[in-house]
Design a protein around this ligand. Structure first.
Ligand code: AMP
Ligand code: MG
Length: 499
């Protein structure tokens, strides 16, 4: 089967912004077709943004274009080159080994008349010149996880690439064992990474480095153009966005799993979903990626790793910034910005409105009590909203989560005193807390159940989960079972880099 150009009824108009950078930055190529592709799931909210009629998603044209079996006539597909530090070590040239950029589509912004261009990539669309030893494919398991988590992050309000749809094929891809193949269509304003800059820096190509930086500034940070040192300002913005992103991850117990510099977005988005995980029982040293034996990317390491990665970016941008002090100055925002973002997000999680000295210690103490007996991270925050200013039977729901009840009770005394200090009103606080403490997260075992059904061609669970996770803060009492702690059998579930 040859990939052929499609004159389709699909009303898409790809623009090809990245192509303008020139051929050193990418390789034009066609996706490799898969056998008998079929639609698995779509994101209705993204379809709406791209003004794609849901009715067309059932057509052959849609499945052909988003499996990569045919190329839309307005698209000039390409794979981009980048490099990166993997697990702290310079890895040299990497690049899109299995993702193919179709081009940019216009997306309307909710409640706004303006629209934005978003890159559209097919992940798992076949080998590219950057595939190294890889087969260019992605398996159903990892594609379902990426699809669901991208949409879950959007629901949580955490910056992330998104996923428009998954297309499946019964063609097998070999991992530890043969698995079904799938292609995720993922979208982001840009997939440019820290490693895209490192590539030109370590190859000693200052012109390309500048060209890439100017491209990023022109397209994504145009307000920096007129400033005295736009490259220093670019670094500063990326540092701030990265710090803010990591703070958001910490507050929902999200672990990325592979925070290599080639997986770090220049726009501060969560990118490249692989062996990620959400915390179940709270353990700050939890490692979600089975392949990360040293725990470099453990939950508690993420803030420091975010900073380490910003240093790697600063190094790459140094020839443009021009002086070390200016780069240091930009980098120095990280700690302050992380700490203030983290506290700013944590305070409402505890239902507090005003800032008082000692708050950080109060928060840390709760996390410590949770950690001593691995209390469920999500429920420990969600159910905290049931605590009232006077002791009441309602609080048993929270006490039931903790084995170390004496410690919890000691902490609750302090918490109630703190609530009193701002004359907190129970009913109001409870409503506010439920707006920031999710009830539903993508627990590994929930994803696993959806994957197992999908292997049998039953996609209902993927759709149900996507729908629930779209509104993770809403009560949705009909889905109570999706908000529970994971059952015991899930303890053996593990995820590795293999995807
Ligand atoms: P990751 O850690 O998943 O972000 O991947 C690191 C690098 O390996 C990236 O350049 C990927 O494009 C590439 N890669 C991962 N899996 C495959 C695969 N199955 N085939 C080709 N390249 C891959
Ligand atoms: Mg990657």
């Amino acid at each position: 089967m040859n990939t052929s150009e499609l004159k389709t009824q699909l009303n898409l108009n790809f623009q090809n912004r990245f192509s303008r950078l020139g051929s050193q930055f990418y390789t034009h190529l066609q996706p490799t077709p898969v056998k008998s592709p079929y639609l698995i799931a779509v994101s209705p909210s993204l379809l709406k943004q791209f003004e794609i009629d849901p009715a067309v998603t059932n057509t052959r044209d849609f499945v052909e274009v988003f499996s990569g079996n045919r190329v839309h006539h307005s698209s000039k597909p390409l794979a981009t080159v980048y490099s990166g530090h993997q697990f702290g070590v310079w890895a040299g040239q990497l690049g899109d080994g299995r993702a193919i950029l179709l081009g940019d589509l216009n997306a309307s912004r909710a409640h706004e008349t303006q629209s934005d261009l978003h890159e559209i990539q097919l992940k798992g669309a076949g080998t590219t010149p950057y595939s190294r030893m890889g087969d260019g494919r992605a398996v159903l398991r990892s594609s379902v996880r990426e699809f669901l988590c991208s949409e879950a992050m959007a629901g949580l309000g955490i910056p992330s690439s998104r996923a428009l749809c998954i297309i499946g094929s019964d063609q097998y891809t070999m991992r530890e064992m043969p698995e079904k193949t799938a292609i995720v269509t993922r979208t982001a304003p840009s997939f440019i990474r820290f490693g895209s800059f490192e590539h030109w820096y370590y190859n000693n190509k200052p012109e390309q480095l500048q060209q890439l930086a100017d491209f990023v500034i022109d397209n994504y940070y145009p307000h920096l153009k007129e400033l005295a040192n736009p490259y220093q300002e670019l670094l500063k913005e990326v540092v701030k966005r990265t710090a803010e992103l990591v703070a958001q991850w910490q507050c929902v117990g999200f672990m990325h799993g592979v925070l290599n510099t080639d997986n770090m977005s220049i726009l501060g988005l969560t990118l490249d979903y692989g062996p990620f995980g959400f915390m179940d029982g709270f353990d700050p040293s939890h490692i979600c990626n089975h392949s990360d034996s040293q725990g470099r990317y453990a939950y508690q390491m993420q803030p420091r790793i975010g900073q380490w990665n910003c240093h790697a970016l600063a190094q790459a941008l140094l020839p443009l910034i021009g002086d070390v002090d200016a780069a240091q100055d930009a980098l120095s925002c990280y700690v302050e910005h992380y700490e203030s973002s983290y506290l700013k997000k944590l305070r409402p999680k505890f239902g507090l409105r005003i800032e008082l000295p000692g708050d950080q210690d109060l928060f840390d103490s709760y996390l410590d009590v949770m950690a001593t007996t691995k209390t469920d991270f999500t429920l420990a925050f969600r159910i905290l909203s049931k605590i009232t200013s006077q002791a009441s039977p309602q609080e048993n729901a929270l006490r039931d989560l903790f084995i170390n009840r004496d410690e919890l009770d000691q902490w609750l005394i302090r918490y109630r005193q703190r609530l009193q200090q701002e004359n907190s009103i129970d009913a109001e606080r409870s409503v506010q807390m439920n707006l920031v403490n999710p009830k539903f997260i993508l627990r590994n075992y929930l994803a696993q159940q959806a994957i197992e059904k999908a292997e049998q061609k039953d996609f209902s669970e993927i759709n149900r989960l996507r729908q629930i996770l779209e509104n993770p803060y809403a009560e949705q009492s009909e889905f109570e079972s999706y908000a529970q702690q994971p059952p015991d059998w899930t303890a053996q579930l593990s995820v590795s880099c293999s995807s």
